[in-house]
Design a protein around this ligand. Structure first.
Ligand SMILES: [Fe+2]
Ligand SMILES: [Fe+2]
Length: 279
């Protein structure tokens, strides 16, 4: 039974599409010959996406004096990377929309994912080797396996959420025990299928088992810590009643002392206001 569910989940995970526009944005932004105009041409094909991006950029959070009236202008002012991050988060939310359920609230879930993405990006400044936009992507997608479970295996997922809540156990342990696979492994399979870079795939796969990662697999350690900060500061919710504590090895890999965690959090300066803009 367990073996069947596991292989069924693996098959279905491979079918979950990366929204076409996200794929195209990856292509444009990783091509050094692309211009702001190429990216803007891609975005303006989708009117509701364009409107949402302009709404975010013209919000009080960014505080520009003059109204930014088009995407091209927005890219020039905020840069490729910021627009790429905003677009990617919006597209994933649109493709895998917010649905309300008692145990797994997707609005809070996306808030948790965007929060972890912002924290991971801010934390990436601690290690020169880390690309900040990759950090954002990995934060955004670290729990994506839960969306697949919620979408395609709602009964199994609901049971696991209920059991985890009753027993006050980490959700990934309950999933592993009941169906032989957890959301981190599912997310890793999807990221692999989407052909994300290997360090990002591994970070998604190992975010609850950082002890399996080498010291220099920084993205794993980055997401482990970003996820902790996100839970600790109650930014959204991911359906996990017992979030992981910071892993000693991850802190060491990132050059952080346990007693400095509060200072690190203050240094990151994460505004919940910015995260709310996406919802
Ligand atoms: Fe997780
Ligand atoms: Fe998480």
């Amino acid at each position: 039974m367990e073996v069947n569910i596991r292989s069924e989940i693996i098959q279905i995970s491979k079918l979950a599409p990366l929204p076409k526009i996200v794929h195209q944005i990856f292509k444009v932004t990783s091509d050094p010959t692309s211009s702001a105009r190429d990216l803007s041409l891609l975005i303006i094909k989708d009117q509701s996406l364009t409107a949402k991006i302009l709404k975010i950029i013209n919000s009080a959070y960014y505080g520009f004096n003059r109204k930014i009236g088009n995407v091209n202008h927005a890219i020039v002012i905020l840069g490729f990377d910021e627009i790429k991050s905003i677009t990617m988060a919006l597209c994933l939310m649109k493709y895998y929309p917010i649905e309300q359920s008692r145990l797994f609230n997707r609005e809070l879930f996306w808030k948790h994912s965007i929060g972890t993405a912002h924290i991971a990006r801010a934390l990436s400044s601690l290690k020169m080797e880390l690309n900040c936009e990759d950090a954002y992507v990995v934060g955004l997608l670290h729990d994506f396996g839960k969306v697949i479970l919620d979408q395609f295996f709602p009964d199994i997922f609901r049971n696991a959420l209920e059991t985890a809540k009753e027993r006050k156990q980490p959700l990934h342990h309950v999933l592993q025990e009941s169906i032989g696979i957890n959301h981190a492994e599912i997310g890793g399979l999807i990221a692999e299928h989407w052909q994300l870079p290997v360090p990002l795939v591994n970070a998604i796969r190992l975010h609850h088992s950082p002890e399996e990662a080498a010291d220099d697999e920084y993205f794993v350690h980055l997401v482990q810590l970003a996820n902790y900060f996100c839970h600790k500061n109650m930014i959204g919710a991911s359906g996990n009643p017992k979030p992981d504590e910071p892993y000693e090895g991850s802190l060491k890999a990132l050059g952080i002392e346990n007693q400095d965690l509060d200072q690190v959090w203050d240094f990151l300066n994460i505004g919940a206001q910015k995260i709310n803009l996406f919802l």
